[in-house]
Write a protein of this length. Structure first.
Length: 337
């Protein structure tokens, strides 16, 4: 089976392409950066694409590359490509390219961090960080912990930081006038790689973000937390985030707080592949087959092994010696029942 994997210059695209090859797929490594290490090291099966912002030129180049390679499936792994492809699903299908992307409205809400926070604030089941407007904060005083600021769109933690003084905050707002100003969270930061078919209970694999660089996990460790996994599943069902996704947030002392959803796997999803439910394997099987149904009994009995992943994107994977393999028993569920 042949497949085009985009965004291989980023951690998530690299992880999906690498795991696909390990599973026996023939992969066309695609990216918009001509100096992308993944393209340079896989030059015999690499494809340079225009940026998704180029619209028709991007789509034309993608379709030609897939046809020349003999692939009819595309795995999108950058936020910009997912946003573009969400509005071009019919065209992609007409070109004979199978993809798996949520509805445009779902992609819009998940791509806009202010929209995401506003959407969740209307549902008592889910918490997001407390947000402030610049007028809410006294000119000469910020909360003791400062405030956390981030742009409304974009990934990788670009221009996200803690501001500890009003002049620092004002300088940031001058660069990002529509940016978000939120409380500083101090609990354990997590990411969860997920796969939702739209009917079955979503697959959820949680990871502790032990070390990050530019918003990306460089050291991450899988862990089992039934309440967190169930709440994430409910969130994905509520927003109808079908296909792969990465949910991020914090385990605060007083509960779970969600910060964002990326409508693609996270950069540390290799840990989810090696450590537990074969998440990416299931995604690739459903994507390439066109089926949208998980195997029977997958949720009822699964093995979980604590897995530590380091050195992104080379993905050295370590299983801690003290980690014990156990069976997580979960009641089979479908839909929102």
């Amino acid at each position: 089976m042949r497949i085009v994997v985009t965004g291989t210059g980023g951690a998530s695209g690299y992880a999906v392409a690498l795991q696909a090859e390990q599973l026996g797929y023939e992969v066309l490594w695609a990216d918009a950066d001509p100096l992308c290490p993944a393209l340079l090291t896989n030059s015999h099966r690499a494809q340079l694409l225009p940026l998704a912002s180029e619209g028709g030129a991007y789509l034309e180049a993608l379709a030609k590359a897939a046809k020349d390679f003999g692939a009819d499936c595309v795995s999108f792994n950058t936020d910009a490509e997912v946003r573009y492809a969400a509005h071009e699903v019919d065209t992609l299908s007409e070109l004979g390219l199978t993809q798996w992307i949520p509805a445009p409205e779902t992609v819009r809400v998940c791509s806009d961090k202010a929209e995401f926070a506003g959407r969740l604030s209307r549902d008592s089941r889910f918490r997001t960080p407390v947000s402030f407007s610049a007028d809410d904060l006294r000119a000469d005083l910020l909360p003791a912990a400062g405030v956390f600021v981030k742009t409304r769109s974009g990934s990788g933690g670009a221009d996200a930081m803690v501001c500890s003084s009003r002049p620092e905050l004002d300088a940031w707002l001058a660069r990002n006038p529509d940016g978000l100003v939120q409380e500083v969270l101090t609990g354990q930061e997590f990411s969860a790689d997920c796969l939702y078919t739209g009917s079955d209970l979503p697959l959820v694999v949680a990871r502790r973000r032990l070390r990050t660089r530019s918003g990306m996990s460089t050291v991450t460790e899988t862990f089992h937390h039934p309440d967190l996994e169930l709440l994430i599943a409910e969130l994905l069902q509520e927003l109808q985030v079908v296909g792969p996704s990465c949910v991020q947030g914090f385990l605060q002392p007083d509960g779970i707080v969600f910060t964002e959803i990326n409508v693609r796997f996270g950069g540390g999803c290799a840990a989810a592949f090696w450590g537990t439910t074969h998440l990416v394997e299931q995604y690739l099987a459903l994507l390439t087959s066109g089926e949208r149904k998980l195997p029977e009994g997958l949720h009822g009995r699964r093995f979980f092994t604590t897995t530590l992943l380091v050195r992104v994107p080379s993905y050295e994977t370590l299983v801690r010696p003290e980690a014990e393999e156990f069976i997580a028993l979960m009641e089979p569920r479908t839909g929102k029942d």
